[in-house]
Design a protein around this ligand. Structure first.
Ligand code: HEC
Ligand code: HEC
Ligand code: HEC
Ligand code: HEC
Length: 443
């Protein structure tokens, strides 16, 4: 009798001991699903079998499944959802944000790529973005999520050295992240003191992260996405380093066992591929249909504009068309900074932001005006017609018909773009002499 009671007792103790060490144990375990860059890929193109992985609709299916199995799981991402390489990336970005919202992430790091269309663009959908070293109240600097009695504190570090805004000089007033890690170090320390599991996402390399960031208090570090494939976790000092893959092709799963002090005791890692056999989530059907309708409408619109442009219907002619009759003016203009204004946007990764294009090209948002560099390359940069107005009819009539803004005073021309916010030191008396090209200098 006594013996069997003892056996049961030891048996039970063994089971308890064993399960507390197993990585998936209830109260002392955490299941973390993590993703890295999506790079603007709402869906895989399916052009090749090796590339046919991922997409938001498959992600949704898989995440729903995982949540069913582990209702307490944490879902986090190191960010990098956006891309801004072609004009259509903006529309795709809009839908990516809507789609990602349905996945119910717990926290998402902000990367520079996500800010290509401005901060308003991504904060619009109230996703749980985190940028721990961003000044101002645009982003949360930390997110704490508690589930099954376990708290995870998420931080993210955006590298100020990679800031495209860094190169913009004093002309534009914008908030930018600080490089001072002091506040982050304090927040991490505070989180660690209360036994919280700390996660930090960044696009830094592991070496740079170790040099620049207070990693002593970081349990899990999410570093810059590898190309497509996830890496196996590595323990560096007390930090577990995870490297997600890119293009949204896979998910990473980490089951962690924690000791009583909240430190990582052991872990189990799994990479979850999202091949064609993973069905698309039915709940994203309407979203996907709407996206395709929009993409097509967008395409038809650009085709129409392109056709009109090719048929010579644009009221703008481009500076090239003025050169034959106004060679001297053209030379002066060509040597000015106006002639490089679009290149300036490229330099700061903003060549697809309509908020910027409007003042760095000709006739943007106006009929026959600039669309993008491919369709309307003759209208990029600030040109003659930015100031003088549409002059196709003028050029075609050998100067008989007046240019569009023929009756505009100088100041009015400049004020379209040289606003106090964008050109604080503007003064027509000091600026005009730098670009002047009066009639008499030219013949
Ligand atoms: C085929 C020759 C020709 C071409 C091409 C041409 N112009 Fe002219 N432009 C003239 C002549 C001639 C005058 C002088 C008209 C006058 O003095 O009444 C003139 C005058 C002007 C003036 C000053 C008078 C005004 O109307 O305000 C501006 C500004 C001007 N052109 C801009 C342009 C721009 C911009 C382009 C290119 C889109 C262009 N021109 C192309 C021949 C041309
Ligand atoms: C209202 C018009 C306007 C808008 C909108 C605008 N810019 Fe500009 N930008 C200007 C003007 C004017 C200058 C020249 C300022 C000067 O030198 O006084 C300029 C200059 C710049 C420069 C060069 C600064 C330097 O000192 O080298 C950069 C870079 C730039 N803009 C980027 C941007 C970006 C990025 C955006 C969008 C977020 C943007 N601009 C939106 C008008 C505008
Ligand atoms: C940044 C604005 C701006 C740009 C760009 C610009 N112009 Fe002008 N242009 C002016 C202003 C302002 C005047 C002078 C009007 C005055 O004297 O008040 C002027 C004068 C002229 C005149 C002489 C008109 C006259 O009656 O004296 C011609 C011709 C002309 N521009 C053609 C061109 C051509 C061609 C280009 C492009 C190659 C060009 N401009 C680019 C603003 C601009
Ligand atoms: C369509 C918008 C636009 C208009 C209109 C415009 N500018 Fe500009 N201007 C710019 C932009 C953008 C830059 C910065 C270009 C760059 O560096 O990439 C700039 C730069 C300049 C610069 C160079 C600043 C420097 O310190 O070297 C001068 C000078 C200037 N503009 C004068 C004028 C004057 C004078 C007028 C009016 C006659 C005028 N601009 C009209 C957009 C405009």
């Amino acid at each position: 009798m006594k013996k069997s009671v003892m056996a049961i007792f030891f048996g039970l103790a063994f089971v308890l001991l064993f399960s507390s060490q197993a990585a998936t144990a209830g109260k002392n375990g955490i299941t973390l699903i993590y993703t890295g860059n999506l790079d603007g890929e709402l869906e895989p193109c399916g052009c090749s079998l090796e590339g046919d992985f991922g997409g938001i609709r498959r992600q949704a299916t898989m995440i729903d499944r995982l949540r069913k199995e582990k209702p307490g799981l944490f879902l986090i991402s190191s960010g990098g959802f956006m891309r801004s390489e072609s004009v259509h990336d903006r529309l795709t970005g809009e839908y990516i944000l809507k789609g990602v919202k349905t996945l119910n992430y717990d926290a998402i790091g902000v990367q520079w790529a996500d800010l290509a269309y401005g901060t308003d663009f991504i904060t619009h959908d109230t996703l749980p973005w985190v940028a721990s070293n961003w000044s101002g109240a645009t982003f949360q600097t930390e997110r704490n999520i508690t589930r099954n009695g376990r708290t995870l504190a998420f931080f993210s570090w955006i590298d100020p050295r990679e800031s495209p805004l860094q190169q913009m000089g004093g002309s534009h007033t914008m908030t930018a992240p600080g490089s001072d890690g002091e506040a982050l170090a304090q927040a991490l320390q505070h989180a660690k003191q209360s036994g919280t599991l700390t996660v930090l996402a960044t696009t830094l390399t592991p070496d740079d992260a170790r040099r620049l960031l207070p990693l002593q208090q970081v349990d899990i570090l999410l570093i810059r996405s590898a190309y497509e494939k996830y890496s196996e976790p590595k323990k560096v000092d007390n930090t577990l380093v995870l490297q997600p893959g890119s293009r949204g092709m896979r998910l990473g799963r980490l089951d962690i066992a924690l000791d009583s002090a909240g430190a990582i005791q052991s872990w189990k890692h799994k990479i979850i591929p999202l091949p064609k056999t993973t069905p698309d989530a039915p709940r994203l059907k309407a979203w996907y249909k709407q996206y395709n309708t929009q993409v097509e409408a967008d395409y038809q619109k650009s085709v129409k504009i392109t056709k009109a442009q090719q048929a010579g219907e644009s009221p703008y002619a481009g500076a090239q068309a003025c050169q034959s009759c106004h060679g001297e003016q053209h030379k002066i203009w060509h040597a000015s900074r106006h002639a490089h204004a679009y290149g300036t946007l490229r330099r700061v990764n903003k060549a697809f932001d309509p908020n910027c294009i409007v003042c760095h090209t000709v006739g943007f948002n106006k009929p026959g005006g600039f669309i993008d560099d491919d369709t309307t390359g003759n209208l990029s940069n600030v040109q003659c017609e930015s100031c003088h107005g549409p002059a196709q009819a003028h050029a075609a009539s050998s100067g008989v018909k007046p240019v569009g803004n023929a009756d505009w005073p100088r100041e009015k021309m400049c004020a379209q773009c040289h606003t106090p916010a964008h050109s604080p030191s503007f003064n027509v008396d000091t600026y005009w002499p730098k670009i002047k090209h009066p009639r008499e200098a030219l013949r």
